[in-house]
Structures are given as C-alpha cells and as structure tokens.
Design a protein around this ligand. Structure first.
Ligand code: FPP
Length: 247
C-alpha cells in the first residue's frame, strides 16, 4: 500500500463554524486556525512530511464580509511579523503562492522577506496559498507560455505553475465536513488521494492528522495502471516524486 506521503495539502475549513458555535466573531475562528496551523506544521515535521501546502485565502474569499477579509489580512500580517523567525529556526522553507497583484506592497514585501530568509531551509517546505485559485494558476501559466510563443504541453504548462518547485500532493485533507475541492490545486490534485473529515480546522490535532495518514497508508495508488501492474512494480508511488523535490 501507499508509502508515507511526501506532500500533504490541506483545505483548512470550519473556522467560521468553530467560532459561531462559541458565539464568537468568525475571525476568532481564523485566529484559532493560525494556532492550529502552527501545531500542524510541527506534527508534519515530526512525521517526516517534506511539503505542506495550505489554502489560507482563496481568490473568491474577497467576497466575504469586509470585516472578515480585513481580519484575515491582519492575521496574515501578524503571522508574518511573529512566526517567520521560529519557522526559520526550525528549518521550514516558506513559499507564498497566489496572485500578489491585489495585495499591498507591504504584504508583498513581507512575503519576499520571509521567502528570502528561509530559502536555505530544507526540513519542511511550507506553501501558503494566499489569494490563490487553481483556475488563476492555470491561466497565469498558460499566459506566460503564450507570451513567449511556447507551445502548450503538459510539461511546459506544469513548469509555469506556482507549485512547480514541488511534486504534486500525495494527500489532500479537507476538514470541516464539505467534500469538494473549491478551486484549490486543480492541476496538481489529478492523482492525489482525497481525505475528508468532519473535524473543524481549529480542532484538527496530531491525532486527526494521524487518522488521515492512516487512511492514506491503506490506499493503493495506481496512477492509471492496473492493480496487477502496481503489485509487479512493487510500489504505487509516482516515479518523479522524490526527484522533483530534490531538483
Ligand atoms: C475556511 O473556513 C477557512 C478560511 C477561509 C481561512 C483559513 C485560514 C486560516 C486557517 C488561518 C491561516 C491564515 C494565515 C493568514 C496564515 P471557513 O471560514 O469557510 O469556515 P466555515 O466553513 O465554518 O464558515
């Protein structure tokens, strides 16, 4: 069955409901969600996961009430100023993924500084998707190729996507009970194993992560092949997985 995942992606859903159930403003759930993310990063490192990609703010989240949007932007600014030094000390390499055109110069500068200061780390790659949408990513990649007159092939397009620096997610976790992809990593999820749980993101702990990893370990990853072919091959892992990360 499947080897431990190298790359885990998470849709951190359920912050709003977590807060509402406690009669708190929705942004209190997002605040708690940041703490959960910090614990999740540690748990991933302890389990030897090499890449964690999280959906922190989607292209569509701008449509939320203004106080929630500004609350999320404030949380981002606070996390950038408070957490980067610790992430750096713990060997985490940060990447911010998404359309920066709509973000303030200050936020963009924070992204650039965080990426530069953690660029030599290799213990865990943490991709934070902020103002990200899977459709946006495919379109921006295609537009780059078109501008250079490069023929659109899977390989050429894949190289221009914003997660080209890592192999595709082996496992996608979505918390909060919904069972959809919501415009996250549309290209990269082609062969990811999907795991949905009812736990609201602020309640997602190491034990919940282990349940997801346990479910993953029981999957047979066939990548379009037959079960017999996979058994003969000895492993269901994508051939390029480790090499893409090392590259
Ligand atoms: C979805 O829950 C969650 C989000 C839109 C934001 C996720 C953000 C975090 C966990 C904080 C991390 C952020 C930074 C800045 C690093 P929801 O609000 O849709 O919850 P609901 O479905 O219960 O309403």
């Amino acid at each position: 069955m499947a080897e431990a995942p190298l790359h885990v992606a998470i849709i951190m859903d359920g912050n709003g409901r977590w807060a509402t159930r406690r009669l708190l403003p929705r942004v209190a759930g997002h605040k708690q969600g940041v703490d959960t993310l910090k614990r999740c990063v540690s748990a991933c490192m302890e389990r030897g996961i090499g890449v964690l990609t999280v959906f922190a703010f989607s292209s569509e989240n701008w449509e939320r009430p203004a106080d929630e949007v500004s609350g999320l932007l404030d949380l981002l600014a606070g996390a950038l100023s408070r957490e980067v030094a610790e992430l750096q000390a713990n060997g985490v390499r940060l990447h911010f993924i998404g359309n920066r055109a709509a973000l303030s110069a200050k936020v963009c500068q924070g992204f650039a500084q965080a990426e530069a200061s953690t660029a030599h780390n290799a213990r865990l790659v943490l991709n934070i998707c902020f103002n990200y949408g899977g459709r946006w990513d495919i379109v921006q990649a295609a537009a780059k190729l078109a501008a250079r007159g490069v023929p659109i092939t899977e390989e050429a397009l894949g190289a221009e996507l914003s997660l080209a620096h890592v192999s595709p997610p082996d496992l996608l976790i979505r918390t909060g009970g919904e069972q959809r992809v919501s415009n996250f990593l549309l290209w990269q999820l082609a062969y990811s194993e999907l795991y949905f749980c009812d736990t609201l993101w602020p309640d997602f702990d190491a034990a919940a992560l282990d349940l997801a990893l346990g479910s993953f370990s029981g999957r047979e990853r066939r990548f379009g092949k037959t079960s017999a072919q996979i058994s003969a091959q000895g492993s269901g892992d994508a051939p390029t997985q480790a090499s893409r990360l090392a590259a």
